[in-house]
Design a protein around this ligand. Structure first.
Ligand code: GDP
Length: 307
């Protein structure tokens, strides 16, 4: 399709909905794609630095994502099995090659390296030409409060099975974080900015709360559109509904639009919403063709808003 301009298409993404849209966008925008990924879900475990959202996006872009929805296809789990045999409580499971990625990343970070560079080299090693950028190089961590008890995000999701009721959430360290030069440059030169259909509160929320990030997006001349993660009236995966309600929004397209009030120029959704331009289309991404179609329609919509 005709492109909006010369700058990159920038996608903001968490791990599942946003990653699938990013894969469709790769078909449409080619190498001129930059994905800014949430790092609030990062976790240090098994001596590895694990970046669930950036890694998932990278695995999707490299076409090596496993069908279970995370990790590398054909990975083995010998280390986790070995740890369990030793009586270790393995609450966070990683495939062997996935573990290698996290261990090497932990080493690089401990040596003073930047997360941006570690992710760039991972992408290159998997043959990904598009760029996956962390929202910041500083360590920030999402925590969730339930029953008066604060829990790191991965423990809330995996150990507690994302069971609420959610009383509060925060992104620790966010006030000391800043967007990377790469992130700011991509946003400033973007031809279109697309907020992927990820959880607006715990996946996109941390990205938008990096100091200066929101202003950088608003300062960009590119149109900003969001794709709703609500499909046929429901959330497809994860605790999006619970977090939307905690944030005071309904779990519908209007609730998604409200999360991005003042930021987006338009919304892509499978139903009507008042108050802003909406592209109504099928937003279920079940295969390569539907991912490509949604990415293409979303860019065309953004192009119309830029005109
Ligand atoms: P997480 O980091 O794995 O929790 O993933 P995200 O925050 O990126 O994505 C979770 C959201 O993705 C949920 O709200 C889902 O409804 C949404 N989602 C998953 N698959 C699709 C899809 O095919 N289409 C759309 N529109 N949303 C999807």
């Amino acid at each position: 399709m005709a492109r909006l301009g010369t700058g990159p298409v920038v996608v903001l993404a968490g791990g599942t909905g946003g990653a699938k849209l990013a894969r469709g966008m790769l078909d449409v925008a080619g190498d001129d794609l930059v994905v800014i990924a949430n790092t609030g879900d990062d976790v240090e475990v098994h001596r590895a630095h694990v970046c669930p959202d950036p890694d998932l996006i990278t695995f999707w872009l490299a076409d090596v994502i496993d069908e279970r929805g995370w990790g590398l296809r054909h990975d083995t789990f010998a280390v986790m099995e070995g740890l369990r045999a030793l009586g270790v409580d393995v609450w966070f499971s990683l495939g062997d090659r996935d573990l290698a990625i996290g261990i090497e990343r932990a080493r690089r970070l401990a040596d003073g390296g930047r997360l941006t560079d570690a992710l760039a080299d991972l992408g290159a090693s998997l043959g990904v030409s598009a760029r996956v950028l962390p929202m910041t190089d500083e360590p920030v961590r999402t925590w969730v409060q339930c029953r008066a008890h604060w829990t790191p995000f991965q423990e809330f999701m995996i150990r507690a099975g994302a069971a609420g009721p959610i009383q509060n959430m925060c992104v620790r360290g966010i006030e000391r974080a800043q967007p990377t030069p790469e992130t700011l440059a991509a946003i400033a030169s973007a031809s279109a900015i697309v907020i992927g259909p990820s959880n607006p509160v715990i996946s996109i929320g941390p990205i938008l709360s990096v100091p200066m990030m929101r202003q950088a997006l608003l300062d960009s001349r590119a149109p900003i559109v969001a794709v709703s993660p609500i499909v046929a009236g429901a959330v497809l995966k994860g605790p999006t509904e619970a977090f939307l309600r905690w944030a005071g929004h309904d779990a519908d397209h209007a609730g998604i639009a409200a999360c991005y009030d003042g930021l987006i120029d338009g919304l892509v959704a499978d139903g009507a919403v008042g108050g802003l331009p909406v592209l109504q289309t099928d937003t279920l991404m079940s295969d390569a063709e539907s991912r490509r179609r949604l990415a293409s329609e979303t860019l065309r919509f953004a192009e119309g808003l830029a005109a």
